[in-house]
Design a protein around this ligand. Sequence first.
Ligand code: PMP
Length: 428
Amino acid sequence: ITPAEVAELRAAFPYFADLPESGGRPVAYLDSAATSQRPLSVLDAERSFLVSANAAVHRGTSQAVGAATGLFEGARAAVADFVGAGMPEQIIWAENATDALNTVALGIGEANAGLGVDGSERFALGSGDEILVTEAEHHANLVPWQRLAAKTGARLRWIPACEDGTWTLDDAREALTARTRLFAFSHVSNTTGYLAPVADLVELARSVGAITVLDACQSVPHIPVDFAELGVDFAAFSGHKMLGPNGIGVLYGRPEMLAALPPARTGGSMITRVTMESAEFMPPPLRFEAGTQPVSQVVGLGAAVEFSRAIGMDRAAAREHELVERLVDGIAANPGLRLIGPADTSRRVALAAVEVAGLHAHDVGQFLDEQGVLVRVGHHCAQPLHRALGVTSTTRASVHVTTTEEEIDRFLDAIRGAQRYFGLEGSA
Ligand code: PMP
């Protein structure tokens, strides 16, 4: 992707075409890992749906409902195709990745509370069984498993993070046991940027009979992802990090897994037959979509997927890799910085977090904000990882395909400015 193409891409985003200011300067937006900006095509898709096509999807027989349902299901097919799901029915709409992960954890909880459906035995969990996660997980892929362990009596175990916050296939091999029933991990960490070797991990998990749950929040927006090829049983991601609307996320599942998972939420539009005593559920995906759905957000997500597809995820990944190399090289050149995550950029996707020696990340964040550099400071919803790293918070810059070299340089310069401002030695 050439600089001219980047400029053209940025022009497709109202945000970048008319940047807000911070500290009297146009913002250098380096916080896409928290939430990405949306192209006009996404905003337009939502708006035009609401202006002229809004109707109660999957309810009633009118032509308007048929047309709206077609757009809703068309977006499902587009998302399925984008992430390598063989069938649209493998895509379940959720509020966000957090909600999608909870759908799995709560569903398994129901299966173990005697509220299973045909095939739910595969989710049996009890004392002596183990749920495995890593110490590097976002809270969204940790707390639901803590709750499930507490409910079922299973033991929650984790792969410890090493000094740079990463972990390896060998660490996973050591931690998986014959009692591991479920292994949940991130494709790309939102703190270290570490790209996990998913296919090998899935093979390992399968060899002990464990179900795999992938947090794909930070991978789907940045690299080509094919869940069928990776072999994961479940995966979750959010629309708002992949140029799409917020209020919409996705749960992907292998068909036999979704068929056996009980719904965590029940109510209208997910049943086939209801009596005063009981109910029978629809097959996936509708079984998991109780109540009125966020239809305009679904349509917007479909447009976001089309936008990304038009760029090409291979090309976007290659462009973002160049940006990450510039970021990591610049960090390495500053002796006052500790890089969190792998120094080897071939295993790093779309972001870099640092600890600035002698400075609290919130001071760094405030200084950067005054320079118009918008980053994320804090524990990034990964407190256990930060504890393992021996820090309370870090400063994270994250890129998207619209990021420019100039924005990366402004970040690196502003960090040096903060070091000078606070009178620190060792700044380059
Ligand atoms: N997992 C990872 C790795 C994330 O980066 C995030 C968002 N910070 C989430 C899960 C949760 O996403 P959401 O808040 O959209 O549910």
